[in-house]
Design a protein around this ligand. Structure first.
Ligand code: NDP
Length: 486
């Protein structure tokens, strides 16, 4: 029976309603959390609003120390956090070790970046004038996170938001609230009360009133396109600052010069990491027709060797999907593609011995095209559709033929092809030979329907700061261009 996190301590919902959190690998109930509603949102936002003047008024060095302290606490509590993440989200332990390390490092990174500068001095228009900008916090920020990287995607919001001087109300996914609550209790408890509050509940019941609350100045959201569009419409009447990280349909182009075995490993990793439930998962693959059978055979052999299991079980490569709803979508995409003429080369079904969890044997398909949903809509699961191309320019055009623009990968050692790719492909991140690797200093985000915001890097801090320009004239003499006009 977990409580929410309010004003630096436990907080419960007014109604007392609760929801269950389950292990996606076997359906076991892990715990229950409060199911917050609008009346709770008022209390949580009030706590963050009350904490704002003091936190935003603290000096950047003090905030830097607090952020480093959060990183230290995360490392002290990493074993428990990793186990909890593995149980509630399902991906293999090793992937959660990486998630926690990344998240702790993100707090360290923004601790330093946050005290580097708070604006710029600008060239004045006259010698009596002084012009500068001030980068100021927005106020209360709502941080709404999805289930696939519950701690890392929270850290990407919380660390820059706090470094900039904002206070926060966090709303994790109803599927994975336990790790966020653990983080609050064990790693954020040294913050002044109210600076971070964690509210649990569903999107419609808790998320919507949070987004629409008049005291929430900015919304930092990672999740699906449909929810992002809903949030944007709710925030529009008050013209709130929006920071939206939405879905993707990332392409990978394998160039003719790539080596099949190495390409198979890079592709399987980028398509099947976290069971394909990564916003930047490779979801469309373009292979050269001249070498299609070599690449396909190497991929199928490698994918068949991967082991499904509980994320805590040693040797597991791929865990379960988060939930039956998401599995059903992958099944529908694969079944529709095969009905339209695609060939299923391996996988594409549930395992023979059911475990009670949402497991799916990774599918590899050939003979797909852009008329199929599996090449147009986000699948968000373990399916790898392969499409053949003749000329490299055709592959670039196919990579760009999407409403999304989050990431794109290329496997090649040819500088000419690489340059054509990173200049020609419209995506927020371009990976050459190392798909899905992030860099704290490298801005991460999308183009087109993937949302235009950026996390990480200087851009990730600036998303949580508004710019004020100060124009100061030392002279109090009336200007000759003021009324009356001659
Ligand atoms: P959802 O959009 O369903 O949910 C994300 C969060 O929003 C959850 O906390 C959810 O709450 C909440 N929410 C849902 N409806 C509303 C609403 N009407 N108002 C306010 N909040 C709401 O996404 P998923 O959790 O299913 O995550 C998967 C999606 O996230 C994929 O589309 C993926 O591409 C995207 N994603 C994008 C990333 C990026 O950086 N661009 C990174 C990772 C994922 P609850 O679930 O509790 O109802």
């Amino acid at each position: 029976m977990k409580s929410m996190w309010l004003n630096g301590g436990p907080g419960d919902s007014v109604s007392g309603a609760r929801t269950e959190v389950r292990d996606p690998a076997n359906g076991e109930i892990l715990d229950t959390v409060p199911a917050a509603r609008a009346e709770d949102v008022d209390v949580f936002v009030a706590a963050a609003a009350k904490a704002f003047p003091r936190w935003s008024g603290s000096v950047a060095n003090e905030r830097a120390e607090r952020l480093h302290q959060i990183a230290t606490r995360m490392r002290e509590h990493q074993d428990a956090l990793i186990e909890l993440l593995t149980r509630e989200e399902g991906k293999p332990r090793v992937e959660n070790e990486e998630e926690i390390e990344w998240s702790a490092n993100t707090f360290d990174y923004y601790a330093e970046l946050g005290r580097h500068e708070v604006g710029q001095v600008l060239p004045p228009g006259a010698s009596t004038q002084f012009n500068f900008t001030l980068k100021e916090p927005y106020g209360v920020v709502a941080c709404i996170t999805p289930w696939n990287y519950p701690i890392m995607l929270l850290a990407w919001k919380l660390a820059p938001a706090l470094a900039a001087g904002n206070t926060c109300v966090v709303k994790p996914s109803e599927l994975t609230p336990l790790s966020s609550l653990y983080l609050a209790e064990h790693c954020l408890a040294d913050l002044p009360p109210g600076v971070v509050n964690v509210l649990t509940g569903t999107g419609p019941e808790a998320g919507e009133p949070l987004v629409a609350h008049p005291s929430v100045a900015a919304i930092a959201f990672t999740g699906s396109l449909a929810t992002g569009q809903r949030i944007a419409s709710l925030a529009a009447p008050q013209m709130k600052k929006l920071h939206l990280e939405l879905g993707g349909k990332d392409p990978m182009v394998i160039a003719e010069d790539a080596e099949p075995e190495k390409a198979a490993r890079a592709l399987a990793y980028s398509a099947l990491l976290n069971c394909g439930q990564v916003c930047t998962s490779t979801e469309r693959v373009y292979i050269p027709r001249s070498r299609a059978s070599e690449f396909t055979e190497a991929l199928v052999e490698h994918v068949r060797s991967l082991r499904l299991g509980h994320g805590l079980q040693a040797g597991t490569d791929i865990g379960p999907m988060i939930d039956e709803r998401f599995l059903a979508k992958v099944e529908a995409h694969v079944e529709e593609a095969t009905a339209q003429g695609a060939r299923l080369l391996t996988g594409g079904q549930r395992p023979e011995s059911p475990t009670g969890g949402a497991f799916y044997v990774p599918a590899v398909l050939s003979g797909v095209d852009h008329s199929m949903r599996i090449m147009r809509e986000e699948t968000f699961g373990p399916a790898i559709p392969l499409m053949e191309y003749d000329a490299f320019d055709e592959a670039i055009a196919l990579a760009n033929d999407s409403q999304f623009g989050l990431g794109a990968s290329l496997l090649s050692s040819d500088p000419q092809r690489i340059k054509r790719f990173f200049q020609g492909v419209q995506a927020g991140t371009i990976w050459i030979n190392d798909p899905l690797t992030d860099n704290y200093a490298g801005p991460f985000g999308g183009m087109r329907l993937s949302g235009g915001s950026r996390e990480l890097g200087q851009e990730g801090l600036d998303e949580f700061r508004t710019t004020k320009h100060v124009h100061w004239d030392f002279s109090t003499e009336p200007k000759d261009f003021w009324y009356p006009y001659d």
